[in-house]
Design a protein around this ligand. Sequence first.
Ligand code: PEP
Length: 252
Amino acid sequence: MINPIIAANWKMNKTIGEAAAFARELKGSLTEGMEMDLVLAPPFTALSRVAEILGDSPISLAAQNIHEAPEGKGAFTGEISAAMLVDAGCKFVIVGHSERRTLFGETDERINEKLLTALRYRLKPIFCVGESLNEREKGKAFRVIEGQLKEGLKNVVFDDTENVIIAYEPVWAIGTGRTATPGQAEEIHRYIRDFMAEYYGSDLAARLPVIYGGSVNPDNMAALMAEKDINGVLVGGASLKIDSFLGIVNYQ
Ligand code: PEP
């Protein structure tokens, strides 16, 4: 049984004060014995403030990006190292988000380096894969995802796979209001699990969290989560307001 993961990606939104207020409200609304992992990914500026508020609550902190340098420091103006993210209280880091791939030119190779560095520092990568609309329409979705998985997970040793979360995020569904149907999402999630079973064994694949992202909201959440291979969600737009995020968290 995999605990559902519900992760909020705030992207370039929220001041420190806004992030802190949200974290306080979310923490205050948790119910005893909740069997899910909640994760907040605020902008870098708000990480340590949100970490202070979350304290030892079951809500975890994620970063939205990481620099790949394994040294943890160096002459990389404007970048943030894995060591700094750990120091700020992060347990997770989003790697390979389609906005990083398309707007900032991140290649599969660089994403792989980021992922390996994250794992080396015991940060759990939320590794995003997903096809564009054009690729889906040409029937290439599986091939694209296979390539992203092969390249992104290169040199990831078996023991580290326990710490990887894979997020299927069809690019055509991100921020568009157009969600994959539960059936479309499930088909790819099953493919990802089969891929992982082939490379890392069926025991690992059965324990691997594979989460969905792309216009998730309180109305479509329950149907997505009813699918066998969907173990949680990565939420952008609908995670910005506490009411809609709570609507997603309380989907059952
Ligand atoms: C995302 O950016 O990871 C995402 C899923 O965004 P949205 O929920 O807004 O589609």
